[in-house]
Design a protein around this ligand. Structure first.
Ligand SMILES: Nc1ncnc2c1ncn2[C@@H]1O[C@H](COP(=O)(O)OP(=O)(O)OP(=O)(O)O)[C@@H](O)[C@H]1O
Length: 249
């Protein structure tokens, strides 16, 4: 469970350009919930993900993950529980290394779920099997440098690699914003599958209202650093796609 209590994040405090990016926000996310966060530009969505991952520390307030107060822990101290995929497909993998070597690195770091570390054929076969689940044919290209793949292919692989053994939380920050519709669909359905298979608590930030409608068990709208709408699973079922379009005028 993630419990966020009265969290504030202010940038440039006391200066003319002070911004209250997150403004006294309270949020409880239960285990295995898949929360979609929508909201206009600058409403504080990415800042909230940065606060949860620990890449930003709050100005005030607390964040508790599964009973541990992580408020003052840096991102590398939280990273064994938290996987994160960013908008830019190039951030998450090493371009000059092969797909297989990227998986080896990830497995050495904290062990990718469903893989046993190794340099032998058994490891290669496991990686191939894992990659085959994407349905992109990449299992036949595992010796190819990551840099030769398309953004969608890289993003899908990043997703597979980011979910480690102790990982409990998956943070997706506009993971499909730079992708064509077909690749976006593969990335989103892979995220959904991983989330269910490994019983992750998932938070997706998106501007894609179709994804917000189709994925997740709960939808939250942010504005000016606060939550202005929060639809839990039962209420989300009754939402129409048009309701979402209306929120954005
Ligand atoms: N490092 C920073 N320094 C100063 N201001 C920042 C910083 N990061 C974010 N902000 C400001 O905080 C506010 C919230 O930004 P944030 O990126 O969280 O919004 P967002 O909802 O994710 O927007 P978008 O949909 O455009 O990605 C914005 O006004 C932004 O300019």
């Amino acid at each position: 469970m993630i419990t966020i209590t009265n969290i504030h994040k202010t940038f440039n405090r006391g200066k003319a350009n002070q911004v209250n990016a997150v403004n006294g926000l309270d949020l409880v996310i239960n285990d295995e919930e898949f929360v979609v966060i929508v909201g206009s530009n600058g409403s504080g969505k990415t800042t909230l993900l940065n606060l949860i991952s620990g890449s930003l520390l709050p100005s005030s307030g607390t964040i508790d993950i599964n009973g541990d107060d992580v408020t003052k822990l840096a991102d590398y101290q939280r990273s064994k529980w938290i996987a994160r995929v960013f908008q830019n497909p190039m951030s998450g993998t090493a371009s000059e290394l092969s797909i297989l070597d990227n998986f080896r690195l990830a497995a050495i770091r904290t062990k990718v779920k469903g893989l046993t570390i190794g340099i032998n054929d058994a490891f290669k076969q496991q990686v191939k099997q894992k990659i085959a689940t994407l349905g992109m044919g990449l299992e036949n290209k595992i010796d190819q440098p990551m840099g030769t793949l398309s953004g969608g292919q890289r993003q899908a692989l990043t997703l597979l690699m980011s979910v480690m053994d102790e990982c409990k939380i998956l943070l997706l920050d506009e993971p499909t914003a730079a992708l064509d519709p077909r690749s976006a669909e593969v990335v989103m359905s892979t995220a959904d599958k991983l989330s269910k298979e490994f019983k992750l608590t998932t938070i997706l930030v998106t501007h894609n209202l179709k994804d917000a409608y189709n994925y997740g068990t709960r939808i939250i709208q942010m504005a000016e650093g606060a939550i202005i709408k929060d639809f839990a699973a039962k209420q989300k079922e009754h939402l129409k796609q048009n309701d979402l379009f209306e929120w954005f005028g």
